[in-house]
Design a protein around this ligand. Structure first.
Ligand SMILES: [Mn+2]
Length: 321
């Protein structure tokens, strides 16, 4: 789909005030922020208010909280003990959103795949902001054009259901679908805790595939460096985050809160450690639910994580000159 820019909508305000480029065929950047709107087609749609346009969308809520970074991208960050972008010149653009409001709840997976693929073909790293985590599936399909990668899925849950209520492309099945893609050569799932949709059979299937489980309590007890060592070695990593992996105190705006999640520093350091091991081919942040947020805290945490991820890529030398 060479004209997929037709399906792109510019954002009300861009992430951190960076330039906007909705014409993906003309993309000239190293980092491409993009908003995805996908709704898992479950019979009982849990909290789909943001998909209906009833409240601010997750990508826009994150963008609004990122406004504090406007004109600050060359500033000092104490998270790095250095300037955020390591003194490098980094081209970051905001591509806007794919199909901001799909009509009648229609799904748009082919647009998501086409847009992410175009970003990859233009040589940029997609940084996808989304609501429903089911959007991972069409986004990951775009990677058939590149090399194999290990996916690092940061989530409270494993999302290995083969289907739920007959739906195979929903948020409970994202890592199962990922495991079926030939270009997914390894998997680590970090932040696991509590009870989710998985039963023993899903746990068995994930382990049989070779997924490495790193539970949130292991991160807290053993430290992030020991946990990074458990992640399979790979040349390339795709990082995808369900916001419910995080401690509810810093991310209350999620569908299913549970205590014991990852701290901000653990999550930042996890991505930093992965970037030391290989190239990062994409970062997704899903499941910010603005209608459930408190004082925009979840969107703010999301914006701060994304800024640190971009800083991490600059500090690891993967982007910038
Ligand atoms: Mn989850």
């Amino acid at each position: 789909m060479s004209d997929n820019w037709k399906y792109m909508t510019p954002p009300p305000q861009s992430f951190a005030g960076v330039p906007v480029c909705t014409h993906l065929d003309e993309l000239n950047a190293e980092i491409a922020i993009i908003g995805l709107h996908y709704v898992s087609p479950y019979p009982l749609k849990l909290s789909a208010a943001s998909a209906n346009g009833a409240v601010e969308t997750a990508p826009d809520a994150i963008r609004r909280q990122s406004s504090i970074f406007t004109d600050h991208l060359d500033h000092y960050s104490f998270d790095f003990n250095d300037v955020l972008l390591a003194g490098r010149e980094v081209r970051i653009v905001d591509c806007g959103d794919i199909d901001r409001q799909p009509a009648g709840g229609q799904q748009n997976p082919e647009y998501i795949t086409a847009a992410i693929r175009t970003i990859l073909e233009r040589g940029a790293i997609p940084v996808a902001l989304g609501t429903d985590e089911g959007g991972i599936i069409p986004a990951m399909r775009a990677y058939n054009v590149g090399g194999a990668f290990c996916v690092v899925h940061i989530d409270a849950h494993i999302d290995w259901r083969n289907e739920r209520d007959g739906v195979r492309e929903g948020y409970s099945s994202v890592m199962r679908r990922a495991s079926e893609m030939p270009w997914v050569k390894g998997m680590a799932q970090v932040g696991l805790r509590g009870i989710g949709s998985a039963r023993q059979r899903e746990v068995d299937d994930a382990l049989a595939f070779g997924s490495v489980f790193i539970r949130a309590r292991e991160v807290h007890r053993e430290g992030i460096d020991a946990c990074i060592e458990k992640i399979p070695a790979a040349d390339n990593y795709l990082i995808t985050i369900d916001t419910d992996a995080l401690d509810t105190a810093i991310a209350p705006g999620v569908l299913f809160t549970s205590p014991g999640g990852l701290t901000f520093d653990e999550t930042t350091d996890l991505v930093r450690g992965i970037a030391r091991r290989g190239s990062i081919v994409g970062i997704n942040l899903f499941e910010v639910r603005p209608e459930l947020d408190r004082n925009n805290l979840t969107a703010s945490t999301g914006a701060q994580l994304i800024i640190n991820f971009i800083g991490t890529l600059a500090h690891s030398g993967q982007i910038g000159r």
